[in-house]
Design a protein around this ligand. Structure first.
Ligand code: ATP
Ligand code: MG
Length: 398
């Protein structure tokens, strides 16, 4: 029944003269989302509004809505009825049919909100409101008018064509990708880091990612899981360049030369250093991690301070104040949860000490890192040089 959608966007409406750029970024991301949908669509921008028109006879409504829901910057998706102007009586007939089909249970309050954008229409907005309201009350005796807090707000827009809508499906909100620079996500196979990437992408930030693996201690399957997660996040963020770094030799060197209870912290410091090097090479303005205070030994305030110390770029940690359940809820919403919980080993878990330090002393950590000085530069260079770059996008093969 719906052959068009009105796309509502919140924050980008207030950006003054940058609005054009924001709208353009939004439209680009919408095209990326609609490319994955069966059917032919046209995106139309008129007078500060964005519409999606369905051009083909066939399309899948649910699939289209699901994909539009991945476009950052969209606050709501409103499926619309679109009709030619064939007189007011015909309009009322269509509206009665629309309300009947859309709301099988008639126990609701409503308000009509007409907008006459085409001034040669014979009725004024207020008259349309009153007339259509009366027609609906006659047709459905159970429904009531509530002008303050209606359950159903029925919009009628009179333009060249006439649009009718009342359903608002929430989008992710935020801002369109590409309007806020780029950042580098440290993406592991866990639950938290994909959520962290999504949260920052939602603010309009383009993301690339780095994954540290430790073959043969971590498997090809574990790596594939991270590629899969990157693809899932890319539904929202657009294509992600995933840098896969071989971390084995660095981990072995740390294992050999540093106290085992400090392994995780020292390892995390090298992850951050390497991620930052790749970030800077790729014009990223910050790093993103899935860390959350107190979740594990390496995420106490002392540990976070020790990890943070090696970075000069800002590190964004959108999950920092969230409980695990809050993070899980978001991961379910963005559909990464099922993949994240697949049981594959992670390079952080293979060499872990039984009793890792929870309050690392920076001076001591630095001193122990000195033990690595003969080998580490070369190992880091090699890790950077041998990295593999995979483009993770929704439509990429594999
Ligand atoms: P996650 O669920 O994201 O894996 P976690 O609770 O397992 O997080 P840690 O393993 O301590 O926590 O990792 C903290 C953060 O460090 C992760 O959220 C991620 O950003 C980064 N990280 C950890 N391991 C890796 C890895 N192998 N490759 C890339 N980044 C990693
Ligand atoms: Mg992890």
């Amino acid at each position: 029944m719906f052959k068009a959608f009105l796309i509502k966007y919140a924050e980008i409406g207030v950006k003054g003269k940058n609005r054009y750029l924001f709208e353009e970024a939004l439209v680009n991301q919408m095209k990326y989302a609609l490319k994955r949908c069966e059917g032919e669509f046209e995106i139309r921008r008129t007078k500060g509004r964005i519409y999606v028109d369905v051009l083909s006879d066939y399309y899948d409504y649910d699939e289209t809505v699901e994909n539009l829901k991945t476009v950052c910057g969209i606050s709501a998706i409103c499926p619309m009825i679109q009709i030619e102007d064939e007189g007011f009586e015909k309009l009322c007939e269509t509206i009665v049919k629309y309300v009947d089909e859309t709301y099988p249970d008639k126990n609701f309050t409503f308000k009509v909100n007409a907008r006459r954008a085409r001034k040669n229409y014979p009725l004024e907005s207020m008259e349309i409101n009153a007339e259509v309201g009366g027609v609906l009350l006659d047709a459905f005796p159970e429904i009531r008018v509530d002008v303050h807090k209606p359950d159903v707000m029925l919009y009628i827009e009179i333009r060249e064509k006439i649009y009718i809508y009342s359903i608002e499906i929430p989008g992710p909100g935020g801002m369109p990708i590409g309007t806020n620079g780029k950042a580098m996500l440290l993406l592991s196979g866990g639950i938290d880091s994909p959520v962290a990437g999504y949260m920052i992408a939602k603010r309009g930030v383009k993301i690339d990612a780095v994954y540290f693996h430790a073959p043969p201690y971590t498997s090809e399957r574990a790596k594939q899981k991270v590629v899969d997660l990157a693809k899932l996040v890319s539904r929202y963020s657009g294509p992600i360049h995933l840098h896969v770094v071989n971390f084995t030799d660095i981990q072995l060197a740390i294992y050999e030369k540093c106290p085992h209870d400090e392994l995780t912290i020292i390892m995390r410091r090298y992850m951050m250093r390497i991620a930052e090097a790749i970030a800077k090479e790729n014009d990223c303005l910050g790093l993103i991690t899935g860390e959350s205070i107190g979740q594990v030994a390496s995420q106490t305030l002392q540990s976070l301070a020790a990890t943070n110390e090696v970075c000069t770029l800002p590190v964004y940690r959108p999950c920092i104040g969230m409980d695990k359940q809050e993070i899980v809820t978001i991961s379910e919403k963005i559909n990464t949860y099922e993949t994240s919980i697949q049981p594959f080993e992670d390079c952080c878990t293979i060499f872990v000490a039984k009793h890792p330090v929870t309050k690392p002393n920076l001076n001591i950590i630095r001193k122990h890192e000195e033990n690595l000085k003969d080998v580490i530069d070369e190992l880091v260079t090699k890790a950077l040089e041998t990295r593999e770059v995979i483009v993770a996008a929704v439509d990429s093969e594999e």
